[in-house]
Design a protein around this ligand. Structure first.
Ligand SMILES: Nc1ncnc2c1ncn2[C@@H]1O[C@H](COP(=O)(O)OP(=O)(O)OP(=O)(O)O)[C@@H](O)[C@H]1O
Ligand SMILES: [Mg+2]
Length: 576
């Protein structure tokens, strides 16, 4: 079973712990089994020639085994619980790590609410099953097998009759299994849909409010909740049916003992002590039988969770990891281009977003990427960040194909400001530093260049001002400047700005470019923009048109020779 293998993989680092828990499980199971046997010997002894000394000896044995049993149980339970929490940590960490490796296509397929459901709600139950569940199941099986062996030793015929319900329980489980799995899966998917609806509605609450679509959202939420309720009710009905049958079957054994066992005592086929032992053992068996039913259904539920996690694991990461990555570096004095694109083509689906793009960028150059809406500017910058791999052609950094380079080191050298500059619900300082260490001079330099100093002084807590969910309390221009400061604080060798100054006024933008030149003169800057004021700052302009590189040259050259560029600039002027 794939699901069992999946759990066992998480147990690999804890082999000794598993052995200890297994030993404690066996010890506890053994004690629990011996207990009713001691009673049998006392009763049979009382019926014959027992004396006070004999009773005292049995009481002492009873006391000692009871104390040992309690001690074993406490240790067993503690170890099982520790492992529940340890596995929960490991499984969540592994899944989280996996999730951070996927590209945007993965997040287009799986909604945030769905991912949170898989990572949080369902995992808790699964982790309980992966440790406590497994060992309690072992304990249940041990009790059942031990009990049946002891019963066999006492009387074979009565044992076979009284354990018949066990076989029926299994037959019933096998009949219901497929249905149970399917209904469980439907219920989990419905829960994910509800969480997705919550996430989508509240992360876009401003849009919801501005379009007055609260009613539509409420109705949509009502529909997904109705679906969730229906699927839970269907599952509940099946669970109740299964529980009833399991409970009933465990009682049937007792009826058999009282009826046949009673007749056998009357016919002197078994002793009264054996009859009492049988009754006690059937009581002992009733608990595990009920539990077995619960375990079978719980494991089925756990398997659905594992299935949903394996679905995530089986997704292919957006970019393949290189087995022997090379560290990106350009030899001092080398005149090799810093970045080189050789016939790079890329498509998100059927249509090409970029076709046969070739150009070179030297160290310290400032390159503008111009083009109309949807021409592929952002896609080009994302390819340079290696969020995706090109379909054909190659992208080279420092003279080496990016697919052979250590991706972390490449990204470390790049300061990237995305078009939808994302901020986290934290302080301005945390959003800029983003967990990286930096000196005071580096921070001052980044703040000065990003034109943030004046803004910071307007906040009561300065850099420690909380900026609300996704920077709700900042203006568009402030958000862009915080994102730029974040990229600059990395002291990057390459700066990729995706329309990152679109919300700045011309004066602030000019100040930004001047300070960038003064403080980060050696940094190569590649920036996508529509704005005339921004494009003019470039040493060279590359013009994209419908995913193709249409033109390239200085601003003046293009204004003289390129019709596409002139049209683009004219439409930009008309928009101003
Ligand atoms: N994640 C995606 N999945 C599918 N298609 C996409 C995706 N992102 C972009 N595209 C498509 O790729 C093409 C290029 O998009 P891109 O965002 O690179 O354009 P752009 O030049 O940056 O546009 P803008 O000026 O509006 O920012 C567009 O046709 C767009 O619809
Ligand atoms: Mg764009």
């Amino acid at each position: 079973m794939n699901q069992f293998k999946w759990i066992i993989n998480f147990w690999r680092p804890y082999k000794l712990k598993a052995l200890l828990i297994m030993a404690l499980t066996f010890a506890y199971g053994g004690f629990a089994i011996c207990y009713p046997l001691i009673f049998k010997y006392i009763i049979d002894g009382l019926n014959t020639d027992f004396n006070a000394g004999g009773i005292t000896k049995f009481v002492l044995i009873l006391f000692a085994s009871g104390a040992l049993m309690a001690l074993t149980y406490i240790n067993l339970q503690r170890n099982r619980l520790v492992m529940n929490l340890t596995l929960e940590r490991d499984i969540r960490n592994k899944t989280f790590d996996l999730l951070t490796r996927f590209g945007t296509s993965f997040y287009q397929k799986f909604g945030t609410g769905d991912i949170v459901t898989r990572l949080m709600d369902e995992l808790e139950q699964l982790c309980h099953l992966s440790s406590s569940g497994i060992f309690r199941l072992v304990q249940v099986w041990l009790t059942i097998i031990f009990t049946i062996c002891v019963l066999m030793a006492l009387n074979v015929k009565l044992t076979l009759l009284s354990t018949l319900p066990l076989i029926l329980v299994f037959a019933f489980y096998i009949v219901c299994d497929h249905d149970f799995f399917a209904k469980n899966r439907a219920m989990r998917d419905a829960v994910s849909a509800v969480n997705d609806a919550i996430e989508t509605c509240f992360s876009g609450i401003q849009v919801v409010k501005s379009y007055c679509t609260e009613d539509y959202q409420r109705k949509y939420f009502d529909r997904v909740m109705e679906k969730r309720r229906d699927s839970e009710l269907v599952l509940l009905a099946l669970e109740q049916k299964m529980e009833f049958i399991y409970g009933f079957m465990s009682q049937v054994g007792m009826f058999v003992i009282v009826f046949y066992g009673g007749l056998m005592v009357l016919n002197n086929e078994i002793t009264l002590g054996s009859f009492v032992a049988f009754s006690n053992y059937i009581m002992v068996l009733a608990g595990p039988l009920m539990e077995l039913g619960w375990f079978l259904t719980s494991f089925r539920k756990g398997f659905v969770t594992i299935d949903r996690l394996m679905e995530i694991e089986n997704e292919k990461p957006a970019v393949a990891k290189c087995a022997n990555p090379i560290e990106p570096a350009l030899a001092p004095g080398s005149n090799m281009p810093l970045i080189k694109l050789c016939g790079a083509s890329f498509s998100y689906g059927d249509d090409f977003a970029l076709k046969q793009i070739s150009f070179e960028i030297s160290r310290g150059e400032k390159i503008a990427i111009a083009g109309s809406f949807g021409s592929g500017k952002s896609t080009l910058l994302k390819l340079m960040m290696r969020f995706f791999d090109v379909d054909s052609g190659a992208i080279e950094f420092f003279g080496e194909n990016i697919i052979n380079l250590n991706l972390k080191s490449v990204r470390d050298k790049i300061g990237y400001v995305p078009q939808d500059c994302y901020l986290f619900s934290d302080t301005i300082m945390e959003n800029i530093a983003f967990g990286r260490s930096h000196s005071e001079t580096e921070l001052a330099c980044a703040l000065e260049t990003a034109q943030l100093n004046d803004t910071i002084t307007t906040f009561r807590r300065g850099l420690n001002e909380e900026i609300g969910i996704r920077g709700l309390s900042l203006s568009g221009g402030q958000k862009q400047r915080v994102s730029i400061a974040r990229a600059l604080l990395k002291s990057p060798e390459i700066l990729l700005l995706d329309d990152a100054t679109s919300s700045l006024d011309n004066k602030t933008e000019d100040l930004f470019w001047d300070k960038l030149e003064a403080n980060y003169g050696k940094v190569s800057v590649i920036f996508a923009s529509h704005r005339l004021n921004t494009i003019k700052r470039a040493d060279r302009v590359l013009v994209l048109s419908e995913g193709k590189l249409a033109e390239g040259g200085t601003f003046e050259e293009l204004m003289q020779n390129s019709e596409i560029f002139k049209k683009l600039i004219q439409s930009e002027k008309n928009n101003q």
